[in-house]
Ligand binder design. Structure first.
Ligand SMILES: Nc1nc2c(c(=O)[nH]1)N[C@H]1C(S)=C(S)[C@@H](COP(=O)(O)OP(=O)(O)OC[C@H]3O[C@@H](n4cnc5c(=O)[nH]c(N)nc54)[C@H](O)[C@@H]3O)O[C@H]1N2
Ligand SMILES: Nc1nc2c(c(=O)[nH]1)N[C@H]1C(S)=C(S)[C@@H](COP(=O)(O)OP(=O)(O)OC[C@H]3O[C@@H](n4cnc5c(=O)[nH]c(N)nc54)[C@H](O)[C@@H]3O)O[C@H]1N2
Ligand SMILES: [Mo]
Length: 772
């Protein structure tokens, strides 16, 4: 195990550091090198496979190696030669495995055969597929329809997701929580209200035409590294890039392209951001308000001096509603308040406004730093306000760009994974499959957690993911999980959620996207939608980890045939035999979105779905884009007070969500442990803490529930005073289930009110290597 090391890391994103990191994860003894290399060359290519890591756009003319360090890690992780087989489960009880760290669980390798939980022996034991499906069918038929939830993590293909949504509805509910509920749901709720579409409006080609990019709360170098290529090109063209983030994230600072031999040889890097503003967590509403206020002032001056207007007055008049009220709110706001809340000087916000006001076409990029707050929906809408002021939506080089997470999380929503019945064409589904679709609103992630806590959720079906680890309120959630009658997990690798078993529990191993999926009509393709609404085919060609694996469509169909065989006219088996038939079915349900689906599968760069706002059609209630006036300046939803900190939960460069590859957070210089809390040096000094002291964090909410995480080492870090950062998922026990975004219900993981607890405590300590 690597020793704990905390030191400055000065190298750019990309460069030799990424190659070295790759070598550790790739050409080591634990993965098949030749197969690894063969697969990496196919990554994100036409007739290759769509990377299983992030959902960033895949260019029509890919680079020789269209992958990044972290995409390659994800590929290698799936091609793992280790096996978590029956012998492994025979050696370890689940009580024992629950003491293990996330990284150690997944490191056991691929799951290879279906297992059921044997409570008497506290072990997983093999079960046949037939018996597994029959058990699930029997249990589900005996339960109240409303008491079952069908969770989806955002990796499953469009084909699987369409079938899964239909399974839930034929079974009888809309209980389809998904990872998006913890992620960009604030986007899915906020954007439709402002601009009438639930997704971003930019295409990859817009990056080649913009002359300004503003980025808020997104970590490009770690979470969507291939996006560094268009950013590098933009920067070299002279586009102005400004970043707002409480942390200095290396990818937004500078980048060395590993695909440029000269740059690699000479150590040259490209500056990405022209200006980088360290905002307080949860303060973007005030930052955006400040920038908008300054843009308005520039427009006033231009008007007074008879110069060209700064506001796009024609666009505002023709396409928007609510501008006057918004402008009034800007004029009424006081710079002193905006400065206090944001931690930025008025001059900083004016400088950013100046750049934005001069730009002909601007792209506004954002991620979890905006969505995962109590006022996350306001954040998204405030960013839209700024775009609308200068008509930066629906023209070349301009637009709003939420950077989505999982590789098909956006696509799942497109084909019906949603707890909101109004978002799904239920009438069409009923006509297509001759059944009565449930019309009541289903459960999202938050209400699923609530339902497990209060006993109203009796069964949990998980299509991938690690729900218990990703969700908030870990302690009570784990404690009540076992009260459920049935839990079913479809997965590639072992994780903690699999160790929390309902009275009947099944663990079903599936093919990964890299693996060849052979069905009755031959080798199958699947499809995914990227962050820019482009649809891509993906073809797995690697040899499956075990002959016993089944594909996700086959598993969904297996559950359906065992549970609701005759309840609707769905050709489950014919679909499994040939996925092109599922695509035809998707096209029949969504004819505008998926016109000629099978014919357009292999379009280089994917084929874009139509997005109304891209054409300046506004599918809002008023038929116009809507300015929105938030009634708060801070997105946290709680008051600041002495001793209370805003905790933002972060991802390391060595993890994909709850999948922890290892303990090297290279850009932050943190190695060997994840048990750290990053703090401002002045805060550390004011508290009289020594750097390196171990402390515990406690949630600063008075609701009778004790939430603490202990054993965290204090690391002085460049972070605004009053804000602290610590890793997800280790800190999820600190997030109360009620602490979520208003309306979108995204857990507010980027501003959790916490206190620091010093001295002896029995607070639970996360598993994994301790700081040395
Ligand atoms: N390698 C890798 N790739 C991934 C993932 C992964 O875990 N690993 N996860 C995937 C998934 S599912 C998702 S959703 C995305 C997540 O990708 P991101 O959207 O980048 O999410 P995070 O890493 O959680 O944090 C986002 C950034 O927000 C900043 N931030 C925190 N609070 C605030 C705030 O109040 N204001 C501002 N302006 N900034 C703030 C943080 O410092 C951080 O840099 O990445 C996807 N890609
Ligand atoms: N505190 C805090 N909490 C957060 C976040 C945060 O920033 N802070 N981020 C939130 C976000 S953005 C998200 S998206 C969620 C993530 O929540 P999830 O999507 O539920 O979690 P993952 O960690 O992505 O799931 C990893 C597991 O997926 C399984 N898996 C991998 N590949 C496949 C496959 O091809 N098929 C199947 N069936 N299974 C597969 C493996 O078993 C692996 O262990 O977490 C959320 N939770
Ligand atoms: Mo996500």
């Amino acid at each position: 195990m690597a020793q704990t090391r905390i030191r400055r890391y000065d190298s750019p994103a990309g460069g030799w550091g990424s190659v070295r990191s790759l070598l550790r994860h790739g050409v080591g003894p634990d993965v098949p090198t030749v197969e690894g290399a063969r697969q990496l060359a196919r990554q994100n290519k036409v007739d290759g496979f769509a990377c299983v890591s992030c959902s960033w756009a895949k260019p029509a003319e890919p680079h020789a190696f269209e992958f990044c360090e972290n995409g390659a890690k994800a590929t290698m992780w799936e091609l793992d030669e280790e096996r978590a087989d029956a012998a492994f489960f025979e050696r370890h009880t689940l009580s024992e495995l629950r003491q293990w760290a996330d990284c150690d669980l997944e490191s056991q390798g691929r799951l290879v055969e279906p297992m059921r939980y044997d409570a008497e022996r506290d072990r997983y034991v093999p079960v046949s597929w037939e018996e597994a499906f029959a058990t699930i069918g029997r249990e589900l038929r005996a339960l109240e329809r409303e008491s079952v939830v069908f969770y989806a993590s955002g990796r499953a293909s469009l084909e699987t997701s369409y079938m899964y949504g239909l399974l839930a509805r034929v079974y009888g509910n809309n209980n389809l929580p998904d990872s998006s509920n913890m992620c960009h749901e604030s986007t899915s709720v906020g954007l439709p209200r402002s601009i009438g579409v639930p997704v971003g409006t930019v295409l990859l080609e817009d990056f080649a035409q913009c002359d300004c990019i503003l980025s808020f709360g997104q970590n490009v170098g770690v979470n969507s590294p291939r996006m560094l290529h268009p950013l590098q090109d933009a920067s070299r063209r002279g586009a102005q890039i400004i970043t707002f983030n409480p942390l200095y994230e290396r990818g937004w600072e500078r980048f060395t392209n590993p695909q440029e031999p000269v740059a690699m040889a000479t150590g040259q890097s490209t500056r990405i951001s022209n200006a980088y503003f360290q905002v307080r967590a949860g303060s973007d509403l005030s930052v955006l308000q400040g920038i908008a206020k300054a843009v308005l002032a520039l427009d006033d001056a231009a008007l007074a001096q008879g110069r060209e207007r700064v506001l796009d007055v024609d666009f505002i008049a023709q396409h928007t509603q609510g501008f006057e009220a918004f402008a009034d709110s800007l004029r009424a706001s006081a710079w002193a308040d905006l400065e206090r809340e944001s931690g930025l000087a008025r001059a900083d916000m004016e400088a950013a406004a100046g750049v934005y006001a001069r730009a002909k076409a601007a792209i506004l990029v954002y991620g979890m730093g905006l969505t995962q707050h109590r006022h996350g929906v306001d954040n998204v809408r405030m960013l839209c306000n700024l775009a609308l002021m200068r008509g930066n939506i629906g023209r070349p080089g301009a637009g709003i760009c939420p950077v989505r997470g999982h590789s098909n999380v956006q696509g799942q929503r497109t084909v019906g994974i949603s707890e909101k019945p109004e978002l799904v064409p239920l009438d069409r589904l009923e006509a297509q499959y001759d059944f009565v679709a449930p019309r009541a609103k289903g459960r999202d992630t938050v209400s699923t957690v609530e339902g497990i806590l209060d006993g109203s959720v009796r069964a949990f079906i998980g299509l991938g993911g690690n729900f218990a680890r990703a969700a908030p309120e870990t302690g009570p959630l784990e404690a009540r999980w076992g009260d459920m009658a049935l839990t079913v997990q479809v997965a590639t690798k072992l994780n903690r959620s699999h160790l929390l078993c309902g009275r009947t529990a099944l663990l079903l191993p599936c093919l990964g996207r890299l693996e060849e999926d052979v069905q009755a009509t031959g080798s199958q393709r699947v499809t995914i939608e990227d962050s820019t609404t482009c649809i891509h085919a993906s073809h797995g060609t690697s040899r499956p980890a075990s002959p016993q694996l089944r594909s996700e469509p086959a598993i969904v169909a297996g559950i359906a045939l065992a549970t609701v065989p005759g309840d609707a006219d769905v050709p489950w088996q014919a679909w499994v035999d040939d996925y092109a038939r599922v695509r035809d079915a998707i096209e029949a349900t969504y004819p505008e979105q998926f016109r000629d689906f099978n014919a357009r599968l292999h379009t280089p760069g994917g084929f874009p779905r139509p997005v109304a706002a891209r054409e300046r059609r506004w599918e809002t209630e008023s038929g116009k884009a809507e300015f929105h006036v938030p009634d708060v300046l801070s997105a946290t939803g709680f008051e600041d007070r002495p001793g209370r900190y805003r905790l933002l939960t972060i991802r390391s460069n060595d993890q994909f969500n709850t999948t922890v590859y290892g303990y090297r957070d290279r850009f932050r210089g943190i190695e060997g442990t994840r048990r750290v809390v990053l703090m401002n040096a002045d805060d550390i000094q004011a508290l009289g803490i020594a750097a390196g002291e171990e402390i515990a964090l406690a949630t600063d909410v008075d609701d009778g529930v004790r939430r603490e995480v202990g054993g965290l080492r204090v690391v002085p870090y460049l972070i605004p005073a009053g804000c602290i950062a610590a890793y997800y998922p280790e800190c999820n026990p600190l997030i109360p289930v009620a602490h979520h975004a208003i309306d979108s219900h995204v857990p507010a993981a980027k501003s959790v009110p916490v206190r620091i607890v010093r001295g002896a405590t029995d607070a639970p300590v996360p598993a994994g290597p301790a700081p040395e």
